[in-house]
Design a protein around this ligand. Structure first.
Ligand SMILES: C[S@@+](CC[C@H](N)C(=O)[O-])C[C@H]1O[C@@H](n2cnc3c(N)ncnc32)[C@H](O)[C@@H]1O
Length: 223
């Protein structure tokens, strides 16, 4: 079964990885996209999407949605905007939303940078979660890392005053890269933090730990 059209036609710079979608993911997409999905070709105002939530957090790159669903279950008063370019991941998160009967998650199938830049007003988010961003190990690929100076500019604008970004990575050089970028930027304060209890272990993280990778959590607040 193929998944329905769930965003605007993709003419963007990223390449969709793993176009194979399982039947369960495709079924969940067909059944639940209309209820939980948001097409990015309109203005996205978090406070309007979650009028009853005390705060709204955007998670960038939700993967299979394991952490997203677990955290949304723990914090029912918080609205979660889940951004993922990978359609099987969208289907997987929709299935978890149904399994856990969550009402506080909405999904967007688009590059988070484009959604933030083109569809969302400034100072609209309480926080961002960025868990295990693609590390792009080779030097020639470092420019593809999402944490770049222009990304800091973008999130600075989109976060509310005192808003924050929580990042986790299992690649120490990427943790150091992230720490350097944020430390160089006077608009943010923070650094390495202990792993918060609410962040569950995902399959991706578990695989990294199995390979001997050290996981680093970092938090930076907009000052
Ligand atoms: C290494 S995976 C980690 C997934 C998940 N956070 C976890 O911990 O299991 C990184 C994910 O980020 C997604 N991604 C990368 N760049 C993105 C972007 N600009 N906007 C939205 N998703 C993105 C990828 O498709 C991929 O699913």
């Amino acid at each position: 079964m193929s998944s329905p059209e769930i965003g605007r036609p993709s003419n963007r710079s990223f390449r969709l990885r793993g176009t194979r979608i399982t039947e369960a993911q495709a079924n969940a997409t067909v059944k639940f996209w209309d209820q939980f999905g948001i097409a990015p070709d309109r203005e996205i105002i978090p406070a309007e999407i979650f009028p009853d939530s005390s705060e709204v957090i955007m998670e960038i790159g939700t993967g299979m949605g394991e952490a997203t669903a677990e955290i949304a279950r723990i914090f029912p008063q918080t609205g979660f905007l889940a951004l993922e370019v990978h359609r099987p991941g969208i289907g997987s998160l929709l299935a978890r939303i149904n399994e856990y009967q969550l009402t506080n998650v909405r999904l967007i199938n688009e590059d988070a940078r484009i959604v933030l830049e083109e569809s969302m007003p400034d100072a609209c988010l309480d926080a961002l979660h960025l868990y295990f961003p693609d590390p792009w190990h080779k030097k020639k690929h470092w420019k593809r890392r999402i944490v770049q100076s222009d990304f800091l500019d973008l999130i600075y604008r989109k976060l509310k005053p005192a808003g924050y970004i929580h990042i986790a990575t299992d690649w120490v050089p990427y943790a150091n890269w992230t720490l350097a970028k944020f430390t160089d930027d006077e608009r943010f304060a923070g650094g390495i933090i202990p792993k918060p209890e609410f962040r569950p272990l995902t399959r991706f993280e578990d695989k990294g730990i199995g390979k001997g990778h050290v996981v680093t959590d970092l938090k930076f607040v907009k000052v």
